[in-house]
Design a protein around this ligand. Structure first.
Ligand code: G6Q
Length: 546
């Protein structure tokens, strides 16, 4: 079977078997599944690349796991995975290879894609990045007035922002504490103004991160940054050279902006924005934690890539995670997936995952261009625990929807402090236990609860969760965790036969605002060439601004 050539999903033999199987499984409560099978909690687990997954608290049996594996095989997950690793153009709508896995291949590897050894190019860029980062970190790279760089501001949006900011926050423990890192993404001027208000332009380096170097938000912020720098550096144009570097695939646009290509770090069209935090887009991360730690991050990514490529489906973490999502979306009709990291450093991880998952699998046509007749990517969302427990967990426990949840915990804290870590981890285990097993009316009544309150205090349970347990939030662990979700997205997208690597919905937003912007700012009355609502809103705004 050629990659992506799977037939209609509902006609897959395993799909029919899963449907019949679902009719049976849905009747079972997790309480019974655990009571009938004492080894369940030790059997329905998998580990790899430093990550342990307990998926026993899901609404599945061994047969479910086997059938989902069959479905994955029938849908061509193995073939498509190999095609991705070989550098074939599996991103069919953009006719591109999808090779983020090459970004973390070790130096001694080689991968020829479209006639070029991409691993060699990756390492050439990593070496240049490393040399530059060391100069900045050592204070050797001086600003225009001779001062060392103390502040780094990454300007980018979407894939050129969410990865860097998430990684910086996640790895803050390892970061150069005397330096300040800021991230400007929004075209709302507040973002830039607040990010720079207490910074000295003489000590500030801007990294303009944009694959295309044409994105409205980023280019607008970059121009404001240049004005801000020039104003603070005496207005000499050559000052820009010492305070701006670019990360992009568009050398012409970088030059036109006034950044010397010597100060540009490139990447390639086969790196999607949301898959780029381990490319040169991670320059701010590398300045923060240093090239060696960045190398550990890449090693974690690579370890998960290898696990994904080689582990049998039944023991393959991204395959299991991706297939469980398919199982809930298609058969239980769930529409959202919570991700709940019990680590404060991972506070931006859910936001990062939102882009990775929803921009990848928020699609309604198949690779062949037909409208799907099944649901695709769910909404991913979340907040760090335990904070979320004091707000939205109510709905996960007692709402009318089933919300599968991934709990992420670590055995070793980065900041040991009294009992904090045991208490934090106790909450992970207690929450998943409560979600799975709930509390019956009899149990509630036996606690002496007045009759009229019993229904309010019953927890039905039977709510699914995964527990991901890692040793410590190291750069390696972060890489492995991100790659886990990248490949889980791949598995889902392949089963659904959609292209997880294009983003036409996001492209639309990039052009829509341009016309309206010219109408908001024009001196003459603009043509009323929108619908009545949009025309009236433009008129109201113009009147208010007059
Ligand atoms: C990512 C998306 C999108 C993109 C931004 C920024 O997969 O395509 O989020 O990263 O729109 O694009 P540039 O890097 O080209 O500025």
């Amino acid at each position: 079977m050629s990659a992506g050539a799977a037939g209609p999903l509902r006609e897959a033999p395993a799909w029919g078997r899963l449907q019949a199987h679902f009719a049976e499984v849905r009747k079972h409560h997790l309480r019974d599944l655990f009571a009938e099978d004492k080894a369940r909690g030790e059997r329905l687990v998998a580990d790899g690349a430093g990550l342990f997954l307990d998926f026993s608290k899901n609404r599945v049996t061994d047969e479910t796991v086997m059938l989902l594996g069959e479905l994955a095989r029938e849908r061509g997950v193995e073939e498509r995975r190999e095609a991705m690793f070989r550098g074939e153009h599996i991103n069919v709508s953009e006719d591109r290879a999808v090779l983020h896995v090459a970004l973390r291949m070790p130096r001694e590897r080689s991968l020829i894609a479209d006639g070029v050894d991409v691993v060699k190019e990756v390492h050439e860029t990593l070496d240049r990045m490393g040399a530059f980062c060391e100069r900045v970190r050592d204070g050797e790279w001086r600003g225009h007035t001779g001062k060392a760089i103390r502040n780094v501001v990454n300007i980018g949006i979407g894939g050129s922002d969410l990865g860097p900011v998430m990684a910086y926050e996640a790895l803050r423990h390892y970061s150069r504490r005397e330096m300040t890192f800021r991230f400007v993404s929004n075209i709302d001027g507040t973002d830039f103004v607040e990010a720079t208000r207490d910074l000295d332009p003489q000590e500030t380096l801007f990294i303009v991160s944009s694959k295309t170097f044409t994105t409205l938000e980023t280019m607008t912020n970059a121009r404001s940054a240049r004005d801000w720098s020039l104003a603070g550096l005496g207005g000499e144009e050559e000052a820009v050279a010492k305070h701006f570097v670019a990360v992009s695939t568009n050398a012409d646009a970088v030059t036109e902006f006034g950044i010397d290509t010597d100060n540009m770090f490139g990447f390639w069209d086969w790196v999607g924005g949301r898959y780029s935090m381990d490319s040169a887009i991670g320059l701010s991360t590398m300045i923060a934690v240093g090239p060696d730690r960045f190398g550990e991050l890449l090693a974690g990514f690579h370890a998960m890539d290898e696990h994904f490529r080689t582990a049998p489906f039944e023991a393959n973490l991204p395959v299991i995670l991706g297939l469980l999502t398919v199982w809930y979306v298609e058969f239980f009709g769930t529409r959202t997936q919570a991700v709940l990291p019990y680590d404060q450093y991972l506070k931006r991880f859910p936001a990062y995952l939102q882009q990775l998952t929803m921009e990848s699998n928020g699609k309604h046509v198949t690779l062949a261009g037909d409208r799907v007749d099944y649901a695709t990517g769910p909404v991913y969302w979340g907040e760090p625990g335990t904070n979320g427990q004091h707000s939205f967990y109510q709905l996960i426990h007692q709402g009318t929807e089933i919300i599968p949840a991934d709990f992420i915990g670590f055995t070793h804290p980065l900041n040991p402090l009294g009992e904090h870590h045991d208490l934090l981890t106790a909450n992970v285990f207690a929450q998943t236990e409560a979600l799975a097993f709930g509390k019956t009316a009899e149990q509630v009544a036996a606690e002496g609860t007045p009759d009229q309150l019993v229904p309010h205090r019953v927890f039905e349970g039977n709510r699914p969760s995964n527990t991901l347990l890692l040793e410590q939030l190291t750069p390696y662990a972060l890489g492995s965790l991100v790659a886990l979700y990248e490949h889980s997205v791949f598995v889902q997208g392949t089963v659904w036969s959609i292209n997880s690597f294009d983003q036409w919905g996001v492209e639309l937003g990039k052009v829509l605002a341009k016309k309206v912007a010219s109408q908001l700012g024009s001196d003459t009355e603009p043509a009323q060439d929108h619908d009545s609502s949009t025309n009236a809103l433009i008129g109201r705004y113009r009147a208010a601004r007059r």
